[in-house]
Design a protein around this ligand. Structure first.
Ligand code: SF4
Length: 425
């Protein structure tokens, strides 16, 4: 099989993995000499570097052969799909070729499990080692790790990768046992814990080096200190499949909160279950609405940056599920109208962050502005606050929402009609 055919199979097989935050775009190409550029390049997706830059990645599997039989996975051993496998040097060559053509800035590499978890992990790590040590590759590398592999291999992966991820797969141990019986939830937790320790140790070593005074070699120029070994400077992430079993959103968010707290994950990615060919009868026949995935991301954001606890975001009245018609922050505000209006001139930051329409940036701008003057309606306009959403929930020197806060149609007036997009639109 030629390299192009392998790339077609292994890039397509990798698209189900959301843990590098790939994004979608309408298919366009410049075949025939018309126009410039293409959004159809095989295996290229977008992700975000630790400093927030959007970067293009070559996103592929080393192989889509797999000896496991996770029911939700298109690559499982019993799946009837074309199979392919890259040699280590082929992934290296593709990465370097794409990089030299300025198509990518990094690599996202995952794999089905062949022979054994250790053997597979060795191959994945070898790709990263060859890129870094033999080609001095400075681009971004995200490696998907196999939790059952030996700890030394995971440790080695962290030496070469910017980010590591281990997929928790299902939000509950019961779900994992039912749908991925060969996966070991305890091993996943152990590997995440080990990675968290390595990542923290490497950060600590860097902090200590930054604090230590540079010793002079006797001349005016300070001596350069060897940098402490890096370990997955972009941290670790995971992915949960949503809608493959009956787990509700409250349970999913509680699992995420536990993972953020226990293992200091950088991100939990939510991947809406996608029906696959020849699926097991234990799986649903239809995918969950993608809007559910979107609401989970919004709720996740509220937990990480807005101080919400998972139990606050999901209302028991909704049967443990997030509302689809309004975003979770607005849903919380509508269910807790007694907490509003919030006085923009006096409220603490935590309370301002709970106002629908106020993001972290706008709250910081309001806090800075109110240090020098008492804020009025015109100041909200000047600070680009989205008035339509915010005014019903706040008071300033010359504005009070009055009965607007009690209006029965407030949700309908503030929430735009939901629009459902396809997974690969
Ligand atoms: S181990 Fe990974 S690739 Fe293999 S069947 Fe399970 S989810 Fe799919």
């Amino acid at each position: 099989m030629n390299l192009q055919s392998k790339l077609a199979i292994l890039a397509d097989a990798a698209k189900y993995d959301a843990s590098c935050a790939s994004s979608g775009a309408a298919p366009r190409d410049s075949v025939g000499g018309r126009g410039m550029g293409s959004t159809e390049g095989l295996g290229i997706c977008h992700s975000y570097a630790p400093d927030g830059r959007c970067i293009s990645l070559l996103k592929v599997l080393l192989t889509n052969y797999c000896q496991y039989d996770c029911l939700y996975c298109v690559n499982r051993v019993s799946s009837n799909v074309p199979r392919a496998r890259f040699a280590v040097q082929e992934v290296v060559r593709l990465t370097l070729d794409f990089y030299r053509r300025n198509c990518i800035e990094g690599l996202f590499l995952s794999s089905g499990i062949i022979q054994s978890p250790d053997y597979t992990m060795e191959q994945v790590v070898e790709v990263a080692r060859v890129l870094r040590e033999e080609h001095d590759f400075r681009g971004y590398i995200h490696l998907k790790t196999i939790p059952d592999a030996a700890p030394e291999l995971l440790e080695r992966a962290g030496r070469f990768a910017d980010r590591l991820s281990i997929n928790i797969e299902l939000p509950t141990p019961t779900g994992l046992a039912a749908l991925a019986p060969q996966k070991d939830g305890a091993a996943i937790a152990r590997s995440m814990a080990r990675m968290a320790v390595h990542i923290e140790d490497a950060r600590q070593a860097r902090r200590e080096q930054d604090r230590a005074p540079a010793r002079s070699l006797g001349a005016a120029r300070p001596a350069r200190r060897a940098a402490p070994p890096a370990f997955a400077a972009g941290g670790q992430s995971t992915q949960m499949i949503v809608g493959a079993d009956a787990t509700d959103d409250g349970t999913i968010l509680a699992t995420s909160a536990r993972l953020y707290g226990l293992h200091r994950l950088r991100r939990v990615y939510y991947s809406a279950f996608s029906p696959i060919p020849d699926a097991s009868r234990s799986l649903p026949l239809v995918a969950p609405p993608l809007l559910r995935e979107h609401r989970l991301y919004q709720a996740d954001w509220l937990m990480r940056f807005y101080g919400f606890a998972p139990g606050e975001i999901v209302s028991p009245a909704q049967g443990g599920m997030l509302a689809l018609d309004v975003d979770p922050k607005l849903a919380w505000a509508l269910a807790h109208r007694e907490r509003f209006p919030v006085n923009v001139n006096t409220a603490p930051r935590e309370l301002l962050l709970r106002v629908p329409g106020l993001g972290v940036g706008s709250v910081d701008r309001l806090l800075a502005a109110r240090r020098v003057r008492r804020l009025r309606h015109a100041d909200l306009v000047r600070l680009h606050v989205p008035l339509k959403k915010v005014l019903a929930f706040v008071e300033v020197a010359d504005h009070r929402p009055g009965r607007a806060l009690e209006a029965a149609d407030l949700a309908a007036r503030l929430a735009p009609p939901p629009a459902q997009r396809g997974l690969f639109d």
